[in-house]
Design a protein. Structure first.
Length: 294
């Protein structure tokens, strides 16, 4: 079908990422990894709040008691409602001088998943991690650039992509405990159509993936791994998507302008901005991180 892409916010982020809809607040959280900053946007009023961070912020999740859990370069931190760091609960399990956190989100069991990327790009030094309710961090797998974390609404699958390799993996999950099984290759993407970046799953279980350097977002069938729909964007480097709005039928899309030439930015001047698209199938409300601390 044809989609109408709205230019939602002239954010001009260096590296916009991790859009996250808060059902409670009816606001969209998102980050600019390299600013570094976290933003909170109210689509109803157009108000944008921005909070500076002391180091690169890869991804965030809502916390049950309020505030955020965030993966910064040095490790995983708890932040208050104004994004002020409260305390670090886990160290970056890699070499922080050469790796930073990137994509992540909270799963249906209240655990925070966060992945890192290996900046030299000479080996698969990025790590896929899970932070449990006791704040213990577990390294699950290694990739080059961790991306595309998303969870099926029936709690049976976790998706995860390695962007430079153009591969989308999935892990079987125990729907009662959330324990994962061995990963399997779900789909390879043709680099000419973009590389799999951030993603979200809708209420029908379809996987929506931002195609970095492809200027589009694609919808992937969970049964066949085939692309069944796509949204063409006015930017070439979309980074991640999130379902939001009162009915969760607005797809918000972040983008990047990192390392782009003057010529590229002249061709795609909206790079780094936020976009919104109305879709027919609703998303799933983002869960909150659940801590054992009360």
């Amino acid at each position: 079908m044809e989609y109408k892409v709205e230019h939602e916010l002239a954010l001009q982020a260096e590296l916009g990422e991790c859009p996250l809809w808060s059902v409670k607040e009816q606001k969209l959280w998102l980050v600019d990894i390299l600013a570094p900053a976290i933003h909170r946007y109210d689509p109803a009023s157009g108000e944008l709040e921005s909070f500076a961070l002391p180091e690169e912020v890869g991804c965030i999740g809502l916390r049950e008691e309020g505030g955020l859990i965030a993966a910064l370069r040095s490790g995983v931190w708890l932040l208050d409602e104004q994004c002020r760091p409260l305390r670090k609960v886990a160290d970056n399990p890699g070499e922080a001088s050469k790796s930073r956190f990137n994509d992540g989100r909270v799963d249906h069991f209240g655990r925070f998943w966060c992945g890192s990327l290996w900046e030299p790009q000479d080996r698969d030094g990025g790590k896929l991690c899970r932070v449990d309710s006791d704040y213990q961090l577990h390294v699950i797998d290694e990739v080059k650039i961790s991306n595309g974390l998303a969870f099926s609404p029936d709690r049976r699958w976790m998706y995860h992509s390695d962007t430079p390799h153009g591969v989308l993996y999935r892990y079987p999950l125990d729907p009662n405990t959330g324990e994962h099984g061995p990963r399997e290759v779900f789909r390879h993407f043709d680099a000419q159509g973009g590389q799999p970046d951030g993603a979200a799953v809708d209420s029908e279980g379809f996987y929506w993936s931002a195609q970095f350097d492809g200027g589009r977002v694609v919808r992937v069938d969970p049964a066949t791994a085939e692309i069944v729909d796509e949204i063409t964007l006015p930017v070439r480097w979309p980074t991640m998507v999130a379902f939001g709005g009162p009915d969760l039928k607005t797809l918000y899309i972040t983008s990047s302008r990192e390392n782009r030439t003057e010529e590229e930015l002249a061709t795609y001047p909206l790079s780094g901005d936020l976009f919104a698209v109305r879709v027919d199938v609703a998303g799933v409300a983002e869960p909150c991180f659940i801590s054992l601390e009360k």
